[in-house]
Design a protein around this ligand. Sequence first.
Ligand code: DAK
Length: 258
Amino acid sequence: MDYKTILVTTNEKGFATVQLNRPQVLNALNREVMDELVRALESLDQDDSIKCMIITGNKKAFAAGADIKEMADATAVDMLVRDQLSKWDRIRKIKKPLIAAVSGFALGGGCELTMLCDIIIASETATFGQPEINIGVMPGAGGTQRLTRAVGKYRAMEMVLTGNFIKAEEAHQAGLVNKIVPVEMLLHEAEEMAALIASKPPVALKMAKESILKAFDTTIETGLEFERKNFYLLFSTEDQQEGMHAFVEKRKPKWKGK
Ligand code: DAK
């Protein structure tokens, strides 16, 4: 597919990389980027040769937020009619694991986009923040909810109410980031993680992701029931048979993805 604001690459290791590509505005997420990003992720989600996707930016910015110039003159009705939230929801519904590889600014919608991913790998220069308060609004794509779940009430309050940024190290300590690596190693590290995940049985990957995400919007009782059902369901896959027999026979499993 032809994209103007993102670069998509796939490889034989079974993962794809989607790079946000509006460097002149620090990858600000305008409607075109969001549209292309969603289309790319949904198409990769349907592609059997791809098991996992990386979303990244460039050295200076993962994304400095939604495009302020595009929103500046919008009315509430404009925002409603544009219905950008539905695009964010579509990313939330991507079934395959998403890895955010973050260098530089991940602010506002950029920070919210990293939190829609399942694993966040940051370079030493990564900076996270929800500075919407400085431009008269507040987070609108999950920042008050996912950030709070990730870093707890008090840090989330501080970040959202002051608009202050946190550096990679603090984000790591707070539980927002899986690991920190030197800038020049960022993509390599994300690719290693993506290749490792891509080497696992695809149906189990999807069900594991779905079950973990369920933990965020249900009671422990319902979540455990959901987990149990997904667990039993995996016993109807050929990959369960293959995985367990390969272990017993001391050989490497060959996944079929069914
Ligand atoms: N939007 C548009 N342009 C941006 C931008 C942004 N968010 N961030 C940076 N740019 C542009 C700058 O205007 C500048 O363009 P030129 O002046 O060169 O034309 C260029 O990128 C380089 O930026 P700076 O010159 O400012 O670079 P510095 O290194 O000096 O500063 C900075 C970097 C990241 C500290 C600074 O650019 C900055 O504060 N940027 C804004 C950060 C911010 O406030 N982000 C939150 C935006 S609000 C929604 C979902 C989500 C959202 C809304 C609705 N729905 C589902 C409805 C999300 C909202 C947001 O994210």
